[in-house]
Design a protein around this ligand. Structure first.
Ligand code: HEC
Length: 401
């Protein structure tokens, strides 16, 4: 069952007008006596650490009461012992009822003792004014929310389990998005442009030297159910060739929290999951984008030149008659028709001589220097020299399929 957690901030504001005045437990004698002055007014949320410090420690774990070996019913309510002796533990007075039954305040003996409805013994705190109902309601809310120990979770903070693009990768094409996966559900309100950051190095591959630019996402999203990932959407975002740094913040003013309000354990040494075992710390990983340096492939040439400008005439099937017999209708057909295949017009040279663009008849035909026939593409404008240079580069690189 999913538990709807009330975020601390909301709850604090809800109770900000609430002044919690607490009278101390009386001494072990049970005699009414003047108590130490009440602690200063407080406002606090329905989480265990604040309940401990605002109720149990000042009101119950006082000298002669719920502290130490002689604590009544063995119930110690000091910071070190209270959680373990309350949650899921049977009441000594009424063993059929748990002291705190997670999610069920009405059947939690602690609440009955505080509200004065327990069937055994006196209302707590003993010999002192009852807690205000508004204060008891904070306890009720904490129980309704699952009676979580918010102190313990800091030993098990949310971590990053994967990132796409892979840290350290060198990409030939800009990614559509950046996706981080986590090992716990996120507080989705904490995943935003302040905490999920993408920076370009400014061309020097280094960060922190002031010339970085921050990339604005088309959107930063988390899944509607079981939010254990976050997506930095790059749709429509132009990324220049550069080194990029992905940052997921676990420290500072804005940081990623999990559903139990643990800060991201972000430190990343190169292997997943992230973290050093303690909440807090930023996740940082780089990737490089190098599209311009990418040499043309036959697939690129096929898509950009042969298919649109040549295949209409050089359509196949393969034969000894031109133009159809030199089949340029697909990358595979072009490879078979061109590389190491003698020209029909000038049989002494290959249509494409690998590593040797100058002695490739194809190049001569598209540059208009061939001894026979017209410049290709016949009947169409000559190809741009930049396009021809791409084809030359492919040949220089070995004319690979
Ligand atoms: C309008 C039809 C047409 C188009 C479009 C066309 N060609 Fe040709 N191609 C021909 C004809 C006809 C010949 C033979 C006569 C000639 O070379 O003038 C030929 C010959 C060739 C030859 C010589 C083949 C050999 O074995 O000697 C090459 C190489 C060639 N074309 C490459 C291309 C390339 C590359 C393109 C696209 C950029 C292209 N052609 C576009 C019609 C065309």
């Amino acid at each position: 069952m999913k538990i709807l957690r009330i975020r601390h901030g909301c709850f604090t504001s809800l109770f900000s007008v609430l002044f919690v005045t607490i009278a101390g437990c009386s001494g072990g004698s049970g005699a009414a006596e003047e108590n130490t002055p009440p602690p200063p007014p407080a406002a606090f949320g329905p989480n265990f650490s604040e309940i401990q410090s605002n109720i149990f420690t000042p009101t119950c774990a006082t000298s002669g009461c719920h502290i130490g070996a002689g604590a009544p019913q063995g119930l110690r309510l000091d910071d070190a012992n209270s959680y373990a002796l309350l949650v899921g533990v049977a009441s000594s007075e009424v063993p059929s009822v748990l002291r705190v039954a997670a999610n069920d305040p009405a059947n939690s003996y602690l609440i009955r003792k505080l509200e004065g409805t327990a069937s055994v013994g006196a209302q707590m705190p003993l010999n002192a004014a009852a807690l205000e109902q508004a204060v008891i309601n904070i306890l009720r809310q904490w129980i309704t929310d699952g009676a979580i120990d918010d102190r313990a979770t800091s030993a098990d903070p949310v971590r990053v389990t994967s990132l796409s693009p892979i840290p350290g990768s060198e990409l030939n094409a800009a990614p559509d998005d950046i996706v981080a996966m986590f090992d716990r559900e996120l507080d989705v309100s904490t995943v935003n442009a302040n905490t999920f950051v993408l920076e370009a190095s400014g061309g020097d591959t280094t960060f922190g030297d002031g010339n970085e630019t921050q990339i604005t996402a088309a959107a930063i999203t988390t899944p509607g159910t079981t939010p254990m990932s976050a997506t930095f959407d790059l749709t429509g975002v132009a990324l220049a060739d550069d080194t990029y740094r992905v940052r997921l913040l676990g420290s500072g003013a804005s940081l990623i929290l999990d559903i139990d309000a643990n800060a991201l354990d972000g430190e990343f040494s190169g292997s997943f999951p992230s973290g050093d075992g303690a909440a807090g710390g930023d996740f940082e990983a780089n990737f490089a984008l190098t599209t311009a340096a990418m040499n043309p492939t036959l697939g690129d040439i096929q898509a950009n030149v042969f298919s649109p400008s040549c295949a209409g005439c050089h359509s196949g099937p393969t034969s000894s008659s031109l133009p159809s017999g030199m089949d340029l209708s697909s990358a595979d057909a072009s490879f078979t028709s061109l590389v190491g295949v003698s020209s029909l017009q000038q049989p002494a040279i290959s249509r494409v001589a690998a590593f040797d663009p100058d002695n490739s008849y194809l190049v001569q035909k598209i540059e208009g220097t061939a001894a026979t026939g017209v410049r290709m593409p016949a009947g169409l404008p000559a190809l741009d020299q930049a396009v021809i240079d791409n084809i030359r580069q492919w040949i220089t690189d070995g004319a690979n399929r």
